[in-house]
Design a protein around this ligand. Structure first.
Ligand code: ZN
Length: 293
């Protein structure tokens, strides 16, 4: 099965009041664990790559991991509904590279610019992506925190103004939109996130297309469910995947000091990542929501 874009998945999720899980992958092992768990749960899945992951491995390597995993049907007849998505594209050359090298969805993050400039750049990417049947996500408002090459000071984070959302969708033609309502990238400090659920519900009531929530690591289950109930159709989890991966290596290697066979700790990490993806897919409510592809 080849990759699909995210348009149909997210429209269905919005109508069905669940969310599509979007996990950041950093290597073959993370991609494999995510695809395996999505198959097990009959869930649609968005695999996301940051720009730095793309720049480190190159387009061909990443596209070949994902496509080889999807073509491996050793367990019998398996269908998938998987999207390969660029997360936070800020460099035009990387966005173009993904569009030309097998990604089925891209995000253009021009949220640091003015409203007008954000719309202009987003529309440019939307036109380029749509010409090839690829979906596009934009960002309006400014999500705080640290992720990859993006580091937004708390004071510079800006919540999305509901009245600007409709115009943004209309003028750019973007398929989905990341909104800022208090989630942040990276780890939460102190008492955790302060989420503006009313703002999310208000935006969702007027928006013509699905909304995306970034920075969903380390948020308690009840709050994730509330985000989805208030209109989040795509739940992005990156930091938690990285923490789980790092912790699995630390746990294993610190209790097996003589171990030198990477297969042992790779297998352990695989199990621990599968557990995390299993839990997050349950929270998203996307089990058995895979389309008949
Ligand atoms: Zn993000």
């Amino acid at each position: 099965m080849s990759l699909v874009n995210s348009t149909d998945l997210l429209v269905r999720a919005r109508a069905g009041r669940y969310a599509v899980p979007a996990f950041n992958i950093v290597d073959f092992a993370t991609a494999r664990a995510a695809i395996e768990m999505a198959r097990k749960k009959n869930s649609p899945l968005i695999l996301q790559t940051s720009q730095s992951v793309v720049e480190y491995y190159g387009y061909k390597a990443i596209a070949s991991w994902v496509n080889s995993l999807l073509s491996d049907k050793s367990g019998g007849k398996i269908s998938d509904e998987v999207v390969l998505h660029l997360d936070h594209g800020t460099k035009m050359e990387v966005i173009k590279g993904c569009i030309e090298n097998g990604w089925s969805s891209v995000m253009i993050d021009a949220s640091r610019f003015s409203f007008e400039e954000n719309m202009r750049l987003t529309k440019e990417v939307v036109d380029m992506a749509h010409a090839r049947g690829i979906s596009a996500e934009g960002e309006l408002g400014h999500i705080g925190g640290v992720e990859d090459h993006i580091n937004i000071d708390k004071d510079k984070a800006r919540l999305t103004e509901p009245e600007s959302v409709v115009e943004f969708f209309e003028k750019t033609g973007v398929d989905s939109l990341a909104v800022a309502i208090g989630t942040a990238h990276g780890k939460y400090e102190g008492s955790g996130p302060k989420l503006d659920f009313e703002r999310l519900a208000e935006i969702n009531a007027i928006t013509p297309r699905p909304l995306v929530l970034h920075g969903c690591s380390d948020i308690p289950k009840e709050q994730i469910l509330k985000l989805i109930a208030n209109g989040a159709s795509k739940i992005n989890v990156s930091t938690e995947v990285k923490i789980r991966y790092a912790d699995s290596l630390i746990e294993y290697l610190s209790s097996h000091r003589e171990e030198y066979n990477p297969m042992k700790f790779i297998e352990n990490s695989h199990k621990r990542l599968m557990d995390l993806f299993n839990m997050l897919i349950d929270w998203c409510g996307s089990s058995d929501k895979r389309g008949d592809k």
